[in-house]
Design a protein around this ligand. Structure first.
Ligand SMILES: Nc1ncnc2c1ncn2[C@@H]1O[C@H](COP(=O)(O)OP(=O)(O)OP(=O)(O)O)[C@@H](O)[C@H]1O
Length: 268
């Protein structure tokens, strides 16, 4: 088998996601300042970086919730910038997202929050969608008794897990997790880490996770990318983060108050 004359085992795989020189400003605030980032299909990337550096804006740009001012974002080789609304919907149908605050609809019971994409997006019958929602809730350690409750009746950690069950409900092939373990006890955090790894390894999904939890990052990442001042300043295999030779990465992963990042904060 050949692909343009190249034996298939030597053909270069199209990245799942490829960002090139992506910029985004909000008013005078230039948040993304030329993001270049590639994520291979079936791999798990963790994005690290200080608060307010643009991590959420980066993943919302891939999702199409935030519209970059400039640059290219390809998903499966397809340029998403300037895409029609219908094509964009197509691309988004293959993505699942756990938002930082959970972002659950309080007017809907838990199961319907989880099943939202199945009922609205995939037009699945409510009974079948509820069954799948209960299965996904079980995967994040929540029993069927939780399904009929309102999100406001749950603890913060439980809401987080419901958000996670919703993200994986449609078995998307790209998953985004914005701080999936924040607010969870260490044991539940590890259950969630395992679940993310499982989605990538068993189901072949591609995952991008934002986390400040370095134990979680070490467990779920194949690769790590560090964002600083709106640019990716380092990427590498997770095994390399302890030997990155990058003072920003070094300071961040060890949580040191002293280092180049603090020096910039001190600057007027
Ligand atoms: N819709 C918006 N309108 C105006 N400013 C925004 C908007 N979304 C994000 N920002 C700004 O962009 C910057 C980056 O925000 P972002 O949420 O991406 O940070 P982050 O790196 O995810 O931070 P954290 O780790 O604290 O969650 C912040 O200064 C934020 O105020």
């Amino acid at each position: 088998m050949t692909d343009g004359g190249i034996p298939s085992d030597m053909a270069v795989q199209t990245p799942k996601i490829a960002m090139n020189d992506v910029h985004k400003s909000f008013g005078p605030k230039h948040v993304l300042r030329g993001i270049d980032l590639t994520v291979d299909a079936g791999s798990s990337l963790v994005v690290i970086g200080g608060s307010g550096t643009g991590k959420s804006v980066l993943i919302k740009s891939i999702l199409g919730i935030v519209h970059p001012d400039k640059g290219s974002i390809r998903v499966d080789g397809r340029e998403t910038q300037g895409m029609s609304a219908r094509d964009r919907e197509d691309v988004m149908a293959g993505m699942g997202m756990l938002f930082q605050g959970g972002a659950l609809f309080d007017s809907l019971p838990v199961w319907e929050n989880v099943a939202f994409g199945l009922i609205q997006g995939k037009r699945m019958a409510r009974r079948k969608a509820r069954e799948i929602a209960v299965e996904k809730l079980a995967l994040v350690g929540l029993g069927a008794d939780v399904a009929a409750l309102a999100p406001s009746e749950l603890s913060g950690g439980m809401q987080k897990r419901v958000g996670l069950a919703r993200a994986i409900a449609t078995d998307p092939d790209i998953l985004f997790f914005d701080e999936p373990t924040t607010g969870l006890d260490p044991i539940m955090a590890d259950v969630i880490n395992d679940l993310i790894r499982d989605q990538v390894q068993r189901l072949g999904a591609t995952a991008i996770t934002i986390t400040h939890d370095m134990a979680s990052a070490r467990k779920i990442a194949d690769h790590v990318a560090m964002i600083h001042q709106g640019r990716i300043i380092w990427t590498g295999a997770v095994e390399r983060i302890d030997h990155s030779d990058n003072p920003y990465v070094d300071q961040f992963i060890h949580g040191r108050a002293d280092g180049p990042i603090q020096m910039e904060i001190r600057r007027p």
